[in-house]
Design a protein around this ligand. Structure first.
Ligand code: CA
Length: 715
């Protein structure tokens, strides 16, 4: 009798009390309905084993429920699903726990990130998600804290500051947890920081180890033998004063058999290698994949994708561990499609290169030499004397949006991008501390065409995006789907021959994994950049994705997904789902601009200053992106929008609580007034344009599209 009672107690125990341990994370297939860690497993393959949704019935998918995060900035999180609860994060590092069946909010947590810290985030105030261990969740906050939360209540268990708050570090990545080590990196290499990855004790938040990715002050002792080795590949002294870069801001993977943690390392600070390390050198471990022992942080091996990186070609992109049969032999590989345009297959036991081929256009290198493992640079790679236009752009052939690997098709699905950018070398580089980009490039080529249709047309032609199905064994493309915009979502694949991806133009789409045939799509009302996930409750399979437009190119450019103005949401679909989203918001009226101000000269000067200091967040050519204020809307409050009010905002930080910090350290009163003149001029151009007949506007857009296509041909 006692045994029966004991068994009853055992089986009636609420599943929500189950603590996450190492065995569960190593064997995620024993809980196929859950999503326990960032990339579903330590191998980060993002393939769900669930097969209820198939190519035959995927057309019946409908919205089960949605949750409004109340934010209008980028949503990049990969949610976790544990014991019937879905855990997601939003911009400004907020966490939400929702009932995965009904969508009901159970708890939420806001770490209260000071909005002024947003100026240190190169690529939006985003967050990739939480990690689970024991009874807790772990979150990295934009302002550099690691926070442990009780999974049932959202209560804070502990909090550790992982950064030097006097430097522009940010955390946007998701922690990974290996045997009670909470592993977290950070970002900030565009501004100037020294990269590292740290491990904190899951129980009490104490620092267990820290692995620096680039050497520090040469007058101080090396932190590790790896740093001694790395220091021999750097020259000059500017790099360590700026920081050197090499931030570990996103990808990690773990092989439990080899007991190796893999980290993806980012670009240099400054970008330009001639400024950063003027005597040359590979600059280890920039743009490298590094294998570490997860319990000590000890270096094991590295593979550098872009030696002496000068293009922001990070190797922080998603890494997938898989077992591939290559020339008849089963090999444990690590796969990555970093920004530099080559798809790499490495032996993950020792870091040796197996193969590498271009998955998008890349002009900086002709090929990767298989005997040395190094890229063979072209003449285009040298921008030391004159500026060069190079493919891919700093956005990369692939950015942070996760890929997926389907074991059955053997294909990797890459959110791929084509693009190009000018690269140059600053003659007299001056390091700007604080929230300013330090790229080491020469400024001055930053006057854009005045016509907004032309700007949009050129951007649309130069930067394109597609979903690419890639065979990693044969290193070749199998199929592709062209998208409306360059910037699209991460990918999910399932064991039922399906691929799911959200798009920048506001859809979630399902394809056959083997052929790329589109089977289903639905409107999401805002651009999707996050990767979908899948889970199962009571035998029903769900597809969940965060829909919220944002990220670096969406701040800089007016891309198609930016126009809807919808809030960011968690969307959950199931077969026969019948919920519906609220109506999309209409466009708001264009306000009357303030009186014209300044001269032709100050307007041109204002444009150059705007493109140098403001355009990365407020949009190229002053075309708003729906994320931050369109500055041409300044006429909304006629009495307030005078040069004096503008200067108070730009120079005195009047809007610092909203995230708009003072730029007084790089702009004078005359400068700020010139920017004002430029904005008012553009606001008048837009105001006058709305009086044109729709036919005339269509004609103008059509003509500028043609001109844009022509210009794009010659860039
Ligand atoms: Ca970067």
């Amino acid at each position: 009798m006692r045994i029966v009672v004991f068994l009853l107690l055992l089986f009636s125990r609420p599943a929500s009390n189950a603590a996450i341990d190492h065995a569960q994370l190593v064997d995620v297939n024993s809980t196929p309905g859950s999503w326990l860690t960032h990339g579903r497993s330590y191998h980060e393959e993002r393939q769900s084993p669930l097969t209820e949704i198939t190519p035959n019935n995927v057309g019946e998918l409908g919205l089960a429920w949605y949750f409004d995060t109340g934010t209008r900035r980028g949503l990049e999180a990969s949610p976790l699903v544990i014991d019937g609860v879905i855990y997601s994060t939003s911009s400004w590092s907020k966490v939400f726990a929702n009932d995965a069946l009904s969508g009901e909010l159970i708890w939420q947590y806001d770490p209260q990130v000071p909005r002024a810290w947003g100026v240190n985030a190169c690529c939006d105030v985003v967050n990739s998600g939480v990690a689970a261990w024991g009874d807790n969740l772990y979150l990295g906050t934009l302002d550099g804290r690691l926070v442990a939360l009780n999974r049932q209540t959202g209560d804070v268990i502990w909090e550790s500051l992982t950064i030097d708050p006097s430097r522009p570090y940010t955390i946007t990545g998701a922690p990974r947890i290996i045997k009670g080590n909470v592993i977290i990196g950070n970002g900030g290499a565009e501004y100037g920081v020294r990269g590292y990855v740290s491990s904190y004790d899951a129980d009490d938040g104490s620092l267990r180890w820290r692995f620096f990715t680039v050497p520090g002050n040469p007058n101080e002792p090396f932190e590790s033998p790896a740093m001694k080795m790395a220091a021999e590949t750097w020259t000059g002294e500017l790099w360590w004063k700026v920081g050197g870069g090499g931030t570990v801001w996103d990808s990690m993977a773990y092989d439990a058999d080899l007991d190796l943690l893999y980290i993806g390392v980012g670009n240099g600070s400054p970008w330009n290698r001639h400024v950063r390390s003027p005597g040359g050198g590979d600059n280890l471990f920039l743009s490298s994949i590094v294998a570490l022992k997860p319990e000590t942080g000890e270096y094991v091996w590295h593979y550098q994708t872009t030696p002496g990186d000068s293009w922001d070609y990070t190797a922080t992109q998603h890494m997938i561990l898989a077992d591939l049969t290559i020339d008849g032999v089963l090999v444990k590989v690590l796969m990555q499609a970093p920004k530099n345009g080559f798809f790499y297959v490495l032996d993950r036991a020792n870091g040796e290169l197996i193969s590498a081929e271009k998955y998008v256009a890349a002009t900086w290198a002709s090929h990767i030499d298989l005997s040395t493992g190094r890229p063979v640079e072209t003449e285009n790679a040298d921008h030391s004397i004159e500026a060069k236009t190079t493919k891919p752009a700093p956005f990369g052939g692939h950015n942070w949006q996760p890929m997926a690997f389907n074991e059955t098709t053997g294909l990797v699905y890459i959110p791929a991008m084509e693009g190009l950018a000018p690269y140059s070398t600053a003659r007299d580089f001056t390091y700007l501390p604080g929230g300013h980009w330090n790229l080491g490039q020469s400024e001055g080529n930053t006057v854009l065409p005045g016509n907004q249709y032309l700007i949009n047309a050129v951007i649309k032609r130069i930067f394109t995006g597609h979903l690419l199905a890639w065979d990693p064994v044969r290193q070749k493309e199998i199929w592709r789907v062209e998208h409306e915009t360059m910037w699209n979502g991460g990918v999910l694949t399932t064991a039922a021959n399906l691929v799911f991806q959200g798009t920048g133009d506001g859809r979630l789409v399902a394809y056959r994994a083997d052929s790329g045939e589109q089977l289903w799509d639905t409107q999401t009302l805002t651009g999707v950049i996050a990767p979908p996930i899948s889970y199962q409750i009571d035998g029903e399979q769900y597809i969940a994705v965060m829909a919220g437009w944002g990220g670096a190119p969406t701040l800089a450019f007016n891309l198609p997904g930016s126009s809807t103005g919808a809030n960011g949401r968690l969307l959950v679909y199931k077969l026969g789902g019948e919920a519906s989203l609220p109506e999309a918001l209409g466009a708001s009226a264009i306000p009357v601009p303030p009186p014209r101000h300044g001269t032709e000269e100050t307007i041109v000067a204002g444009q150059v200053l705007y493109n140098t200091h403001c355009g990365r967040c407020h949009g190229a050519g002053l075309i708003g992106n729906g994320l931050l204020p369109d500055l041409r809307d300044m006429g909304h409050d006629q009495s307030a929008n005078t040069p004096e009010v503008f200067k108070a905002i730009v120079l005195q930080g009047a809007y610092v609580d909203l995230g708009m910090v003072s730029f007084a350290d790089v702009m004078s009163e005359t400068d700020a007034e010139a920017v004002y003149d430029y904005i008012v001029d553009a606001a008048h151009a837009r105001w006058e344009d709305q009086d044109a007949s729709p036919l005339w506007r269509d004609l103008e857009a059509w003509f500028m599209d043609l001109v844009g296509a022509l210009i794009a041909q010659f860039i």
